[in-house]
Design a protein around this ligand. Structure first.
Ligand code: NAD
Length: 306
């Protein structure tokens, strides 16, 4: 198939590009490099430095593609509180322009990268796709819900094939966000530099960490789906941050002190996915356990300058 990946110079996109190419798909990447890095884009992909907002250029590139994997987005929650207009413009308006460009060029299949954040504070665990969306405490979450809604609207109005993947907590090699706000890369980097580990809520928060290779695999399965679908992408296992830290210490073979950062407004105490739906319908389940995923991620950061 011929697939266009938006945001393909970012952390998750770069892994998906590689997997697609390894499976002999043709891959076009568009990314404005506002955050990502072109060196993360597999050289076998056809790369275009274009912003989503540039609908004219999108319409030149889109014809002939079988599906779009839409990952381009600003993702940093704290930054979204400071820059709500930029987030709305980039994420929401950018997505609508992409959908319009798709409509005009008759490319009607989209796989959209959403997030577990849309559930807000869950009322029960594990979280299923039928659970209600929750109140949002920051503009990023609102952009994700709105982007989902626009994708659904284009399914309803124009018969687009839409698959929404709600990622829980992705991690793995190549996670080089700037600034980095995600726990695993920050904990590993600090531990490797023998600096105190920044820890909120005494490490009692529980997250469902999904290794990047498992996450990437789910996108491949969604490539041929018709209709409208929503799937959680998680492992169905919650881990306390403090237990992740113990695993990191076990792998690197020494301990460093904890830098107790106290509480952080807006953090949800527990997020754990039910992934039964995608398992039943597409046969997907996570294969890489946290120990193995952490080992691979630590190896990456050991050899990568940060
Ligand atoms: N990383 C996570 O923990 C996580 C969790 C849940 C959902 N997601 C979603 O997954 C997707 C990818 O996340 P990531 O971690 O790879 O982020 P990333 O920042 O590494 O990659 C996003 C890429 O999109 C590009 N981009 C942003 N706005 C653009 C625009 N208007 N036009 C063109 N390119 C643009 C950036 O330059 C960057 O390369 C995002 O949609 C994010 O919301 C990520």
């Amino acid at each position: 198939m011929k697939i266009l990946v938006t945001g393909g110079a970012g952390f998750i996109g770069s892994h998906i590009n590689k997997l697609l190419l390894d499976q002999d798909h043709l891959v076009t990447v568009i990314d404005d490099l506002s955050k990502g890095d072109q060196c993360l884009v597999d050289p076998r992909a056809d790369f275009h430095q274009i912003a989503l907002e540039n609908q004219t250029e999108l319409e030149k590139i889109l014809p002939g593609h079988d599906a779009i994997i839409h990952m381009a987005s600003f993702i940093e929650v704290g930054e979204s509180v400071k820059k709500p207009v930029e987030f709305a413009q980039n994420n929401i308006v950018g997505t609508v322009k992409l959908l319009e460009a798709m409509k005009n060029t008759k490319v009607k299949r989209i796989i959209f990268s959403s997030s577990a954040c849309v559930y807000g504070v869950p009322k029960k665990l594990p979280i299923t796709e039928n659970d209600p969306l929750g109140e949002q405490e920051n503009p990023y979450g609102i952009t994700k819900i709105t982007m989902e809604e626009f994708c659904k609207l284009y399914h309803n109005l124009f018969n687009f094939d839409v698959t929404i993947l709600r990622y829980f907590n992705p991690y793995g090699p190549g996670e080089l966000h700037e600034p980095e706000t995600h726990a695993i890369p920050n904990l590993i980097k600090a531990a490797l530099e023998k600096k105190p580990l920044p820890v909120y809520w005494k490490g009692e928060q529980i997250r469902d960490f999904i290794f990047i290779d498992d996450l990437a695999r789910a996108h491949i399965l969604a490539l041929t789906l018709s209709g409208f679908h929503i799937y959680n992408i998680g492992t169905q296992t919650g881990n306390k941050i403090i237990d992740v830290i113990k695993k990191i210490f076990g792998i690197i073979g020494y301990e460093v002190p904890i830098d107790d950062k106290g509480e952080r407004k807006g953090d949800v105490p527990v997020l754990v996915a039910s992934s039964e739906k995608i398992k039943k319908e597409l046969g997907w389940s996570a294969k890489v356990n946290l120990d193995e995923g952490l080992r691979k991620t630590i190896e990456f950061f050991k050899t990568h300058r940060f």
